[in-house]
Design a binder for this molecule. Structure first.
Ligand SMILES: *[C@@H]1O[C@H](CO)[C@@H](O)[C@H](O)[C@H]1NC(C)=O
Ligand SMILES: *[C@@H]1O[C@H](CO)[C@@H](O)[C@H](O)[C@H]1NC(C)=O
Ligand SMILES: *[C@@H]1O[C@H](CO)[C@@H](O)[C@H](O)[C@H]1NC(C)=O
Ligand SMILES: *[C@@H]1O[C@H](CO)[C@@H](O)[C@H](O)[C@H]1NC(C)=O
Ligand SMILES: *[C@@H]1O[C@H](CO)[C@@H](O)[C@H](O)[C@H]1NC(C)=O
Ligand SMILES: *[C@@H]1O[C@H](CO)[C@@H](O)[C@H](O)[C@H]1NC(C)=O
Ligand SMILES: *[C@@H]1O[C@H](CO)[C@@H](O)[C@H](O)[C@H]1NC(C)=O
Ligand SMILES: *[C@@H]1O[C@H](CO)[C@@H](O)[C@H](O)[C@H]1NC(C)=O
Ligand SMILES: *[C@@H]1O[C@H](CO)[C@@H](O)[C@H](O)[C@H]1NC(C)=O
Ligand SMILES: *[C@@H]1O[C@H](CO)[C@@H](O)[C@H](O)[C@H]1NC(C)=O
Length: 884
């Protein structure tokens, strides 16, 4: 069954009582005595605004965005959010507004640029917001000049370096540097610990480290909110944290903290305590459950042990959210928890207690909305309705994932408020009972990875339910697909044995966004009515006919995967209208068409896979220019009948291949809906990339990847030197074509290359020495060409198999057995050098072009991780996210 478990993965994310910094982000607007500005100020202001492209600005916001001082008339407040695009230059007129006290330039598209050090001139600033505006590099040290600053928000940029710029900012009350790339050791001498007025400090989502966390945090005793989540802090949390008695939120999750849980009993105002996803060990101190304002405790994903003791006095506890999952608690767990009668959310997943579980104890939790009982520790419990008689009928979300259960628990019949049920990864077999669909408020059902074979009831059994999300991947469901409910938004049934045609009833499911029927046995044609989908995957079925052309009239489609069918005809030209398309895979069909140059107009296309079809004709554009798909990262056109040569500038301006991406660039995360603001469902498309020698371990994170496979076509002529511009390339396969000329010297620029296959062409000349220096090159194959001379003796090359060099009459040196003698010497050294000079020059020019056009690409990258297997099997993709 695991072989069916391929292309996509779901993820349920609880977006529970989100710890929202913005709600804590309150401060008094210190700027008073403002009036509308006179004509002169408006004129100067207009000059500033004209430094940018302001087409998307709201004009009425503009007029409200500028304020002047009542007595002096100087501009003192500017607020221009989310509309400017362009560059904030160091000679901007902004830096003449010396009287500015309040400046908000958040969420503008200031193309990746430095924060000009001229900000130091605005030393009357009290409030400065520069969040989400694309700033790069270090914060200038001139910021130390801004000694009046009270609020500084630099969130969500690409800033690096340390926090040394806070020196002298003694009056700061709010400092938010989250979501950047700040790094380094947070040292006790840091000026940060001199900011005694701080009430709000957010260092989350950076790469700060230190062990232990500096004791000096205890100095910041006015802190009301402290967040250091998602950094690399380790070691113990210092006891001085208990000095921060004003704290209402203490967020330390997703670091590497060890030791026992910090003592927080003295933090009597604490409302949210997040310590999850660390390595804390030891036990829970029972006073935690009697803290007067504590409403949310997140402890999941640690190494906590011991029993849970809830004092009797905690009947007055305000605790609403308790996350204990993935720890090693022992003893009676439900008994003490049953005293926390105000709980709304309870996570007990993957505990490994062997104590008998009596779920009826939970019936005292009369407000419970969410219950996570995943993991096989619960398999000893009886999930029948009897055991849970006076059950909380309030329950809306229930997780019974990986519990090793073999039938649908009867308990479900009694949960009349249930909206969401996840029973994935169990051993439930037989037919899905009809009663499941009549739970009145049920919206989402996840029953992937079970042993189900069908549906009780008629094919109409689902139609009258109000299901919106139904996922039944990786079962043994067979026969015809039942008719889907009219309310359906999301339906996936990948990896089953459904057969017959795709029912036309699907045509009037007008709310459907995601349809994944891949890895089944559907036959017939693809219905041409699915015009509003975001995601359509029909991979690995037996579908025939052509891909309908009227299909894609509207620009909603993100993903279209029709690979491994028996489709014929041409790629639909109407795909051109799909301006949101990111992923197109039509591999392993019998499509008879020319190269789809028209797709070049799609601004977001990242993956194009046309492997093993009957495509023919040239792949160089008619004007002999660059192919230049702006965002393309994976191009696989192997096994077709493409012909012709590649123009010298074929690889110029492939932006996504050339520019370094954000660390977390993933291929894409395509579907992510929040349901009722509480949980969300993510669909992820992955692909099977098969290149020999890619060193990625199974399930390693493919943070950024660029691959090209043109193998098995009839391409000829030289391999353009412009290939060397594709700096992000990790795999290149041009084998089994008719390429001639030399191996491009510029290949040596592809520092990330792990797999290179140029075998079975007609390449001549010597192997560039530079190839020996590519330190990640794990696989190289240049066999069956007409190469001559000595094989460069880099470590990566000498370690290759002999077969990688065979079939070249003129090669010598290791790993081949042929020793090099004078006879095999390459052509005259002088000729060769001249040639090299010329080619290097060409490459330099192209670099200029590529960078000139390329800067915009750093913006707007997807937030996802693709975890991919490079085994010749299909990829298995997993994403891991916290519960918040
Ligand atoms: C501006 O100042 C004048 C006198 O200095 C005062 O009368 C007026 O109320 C002030 N206006 C505002 C909006 O503060
Ligand atoms: C522009 O801003 C005004 C006031 O802030 C608001 O009422 C209006 O809806 C906005 N218009 C647009 C197109 O966003
Ligand atoms: C700091 O502010 C003063 C004005 O008070 C200015 O003369 C100086 O250039 C500023 N320093 C920097 C580094 O911007
Ligand atoms: C901190 O400063 C003190 C004295 O100023 C110095 O002795 C110590 O080495 C510094 N510590 C670090 C970690 O830089
Ligand atoms: C974080 O910093 C550590 C060294 O302090 C470094 O090894 C690691 O690669 C950094 N991680 C990221 C994502 O920058
Ligand atoms: C605790 O806070 C007080 C002020 O309330 C401060 O004087 C003291 O230095 C702090 N202690 C530690 C250990 O940080
Ligand atoms: C809590 O505060 C009391 C005094 O209010 C003090 O004696 C005790 O040491 C503090 N506990 C911790 C863990 O800081
Ligand atoms: C798919 O259906 C065809 C007949 O339509 C049948 O011959 C074939 O065995 C089925 N394949 C699978 C994997 O069920
Ligand atoms: C496409 O969108 C337009 C409006 O944007 C709508 O009127 C039309 O019905 C849509 N077409 C399809 C096939 O969904
Ligand atoms: C592709 O289609 C053309 C007609 O459009 C036809 O002449 C040709 O034989 C087809 N090629 C293949 C391989 O089927």
């Amino acid at each position: 069954m695991s072989q069916w478990f391929m292309l996509l993965v779901f993820l349920l994310l609880l977006l529970l009582s989100c710890v929202s910094p913005s709600s804590l982000f309150t401060f008094k607007n210190p700027v008073v005595g403002l009036v509308a500005c006179g004509p002169h100020q408006i004129h100067v202001f207009t000059q500033f605004k004209n430094e940018f492209d302001t087409r998307v600005c709201n004009h009425s916001d503009f007029l409200n965005g500028v304020w002047c001082d009542n007595s002096t008339g100087a501009i003192t407040k500017l607020r221009l959010r989310a509309c400017l695009s362009g560059t904030l230059k160091s000679n901007s007129i902004l830096f003449h507004f010396h009287q500015l006290r309040y400046l908000d330039l958040s969420h503008n598209k200031l193309t990746p640029s430095f924060i000009p050090s001229e900000f130091g001139m605005l030393n009357k600033l009290e409030v400065l917001f520069l969040s989400g505006s694309g700033f790069l590099d270090q914060v200038p040290s001139s910021f130390s000049n801004l000694t009046m600053l009270s609020v500084l928000a630099l969130k969500d940029n690409e800033l690096t370096g340390s926090l040394s710029f806070v020196r002298n900012l003694r009056t700061l009350t709010v400092l938010d540097v989250s979501d950047n790339h700040f790094s380094g050791i947070l040292n006790p001498n840091s000026s940060l610990f001199e900011l005694h007025h701080l009430t709000y400090l957010d260092l989350s989502f950076n790469n700060f480290t230190s062990s232990p966390l500096p004791y000096k945090f205890g100095n910041l005793h006015k802190l009301e909110s402290l967040s250091v989540t998602h950094n690399s802090f380790f070691g113990e949390v210092p006891p001085t944290i208990s000095n921060l008695t004003q704290l209402t939120a203490l967020l330390l999750h997703s670091n590497y903290f060890t030791g026992s849980l910090p003592r927080v009993q003295n933090l009597t105002k604490l409302s949210i305590l997040a310590l999850d996803n660390n390595h804390f060990s030891g036990t829970i101190h029972s006073p935690l459950f009697t803290m007067p304002f504590l409403s949310s405790i997140y402890l999941h994903g640690n190494n906590l042990r011991g029993s849970i003791e809830v004092p009797n006095s905690s009947f007055s506890s305000r605790l609403e959210s308790l996350y204990l999952g993935k720890n090693h608690f022992e003893g009676k767990i439900l008994e003490p928890i049953s005293k926390l009668i105000n709980l709304k959310e309870l996570d007990l997943s993957y505990l490994n207690t062997s104590y008998p579980v009596d779920l009826s104890l939970l019936s005292s939790l009369k407000s419970l909305l969410l219950l996570d009982l995943s993991g096989d520790w619960i398999s000893h419990a009886s999930l029948s309705s009897d055991s849970y008689k006076s059950n909380p009928s309030t329950l809306e979300l229930l997780y019974i994932n990986q519990c090793n259960i073999s039938e649908f628990p009867n308990i479900l019949k009694t949960l009349h408020n249930l909206e969401y049920i996840d029973v994935s990864n169990n051993r439930i077999s037989g037919k899905i009972p009809e009663w499941l669909w009549s739970i009145p408020r049920l919206r989402s059902v996840l029953i992937t990875d079970n042993l189900l074979t069908g549906f009780e009831g008629s094919p109409e059994v689902l139609v009258n339910s109000s299901l919106q999300f139904l996922s039944m991947d990786s079962n043994y469901l067979k026969g015809e697909l039942p008719h889907l409910p009219l309310s359906i938004n999301y339906f996936t049934a990948q990896g089953n044995a459904f057969s017959g045609v795709i029912p036309l009833s699907i045509c009037n499911r007008s709310l459907l966004d995601v349809l994944d029927l891949s890895y089944n046995n559907f036959t017939g044609m693809i219905p041409s009515c699915l015009t509003k989908l975001l995601i359509l995957s029909l991979r690995k079925n037996n579908l025939e006919g052509s891909i309908p052309d009227k299909y894609y009239a509207n620009a909603t489609l993100w993903t279209l995967d029709v690979g491994y069918n028996r489709l014929t005809g041409k790629l639909p030209r109407s795909l051109l209208n799909c301006s949101a398309l990111q992923f197109l895979s039509a591999d392993h069909n019998a499509i008879n068409d020319t190269f789809p140059f028209f797709l070049k107009a799609l601004p977001k296309l990242q993956v194009l896979i046309l492997r093993s079809n009957k495509f023919y004709g040239p792949i160089s554009p008619p004007n002999q220019g660059s192919l230049g798909f702006p965002e393309l990262q994976i191009l696989e056109i192997a096994g077709n009948k493409f012909t012709g040569s590649l123009s010298p500038i074929f690889f110029v301006n492939w932006k996504a291949f050339s520019l370094k991406k954000n660390e977390n660039l993933a291929l894409y995360m395509v579907y992510d809906v929040s349901l009722y603001g509480r949980y969300s469902l993510r669909y992820m498309e992955t692909i099977d990339i098969q290149y020999k020698g890619l060193s990625m371990e199974q399930e390693s994170v493919l943070t950024s990847s660029a691959t090209i496979d043109f193998s098995g076509n009839r391409l000829e002529g030289k391999i353009p030197e412009s290939i060397g511009l594709l700096k992000e390339l990790i795999a290149l396969n041009l084998s089994n074509n008719a390429f001639t000329g030399h191996i491009p010297l510029s290949l040596a620029n592809l520092m990330k290359l792990e797999s290179l296959d140029l075998s079975s062409n007609q390449l001549s000349g010597t192997i560039p020495n530079g190839l020996g220096t590519l330190s990640f090159l794990a696989y190289i194959n240049i066999s069956h060409n007409q190469l001559t001379g000595e094989i460069p003796q880099g470590t990566q090359i000498v370690g290759q198999a002999k077969s990688s060099f065979e079939g070249n009459a003129g090669l010598c040196g290791l790993p081949l057995d042929e020793r090099c003698h004078g006879t095999n010497a390459p052509p005259s050294q002088q000729d060769k050098e001249e040639e090299e000079d010329e080619e290097e020059e060409q490459v330099l020019n192209w670099k200029g072009v590529a960078i000139g056009f390329g800067l915009g690409v750093l913006l707007g990258l997807a937030i996802a991780q693709l975890i991919a297997s490079y085994k010749p099997e299909w990829l298995i993709c997993l994403i891991t996210c916290g519960n918040r």
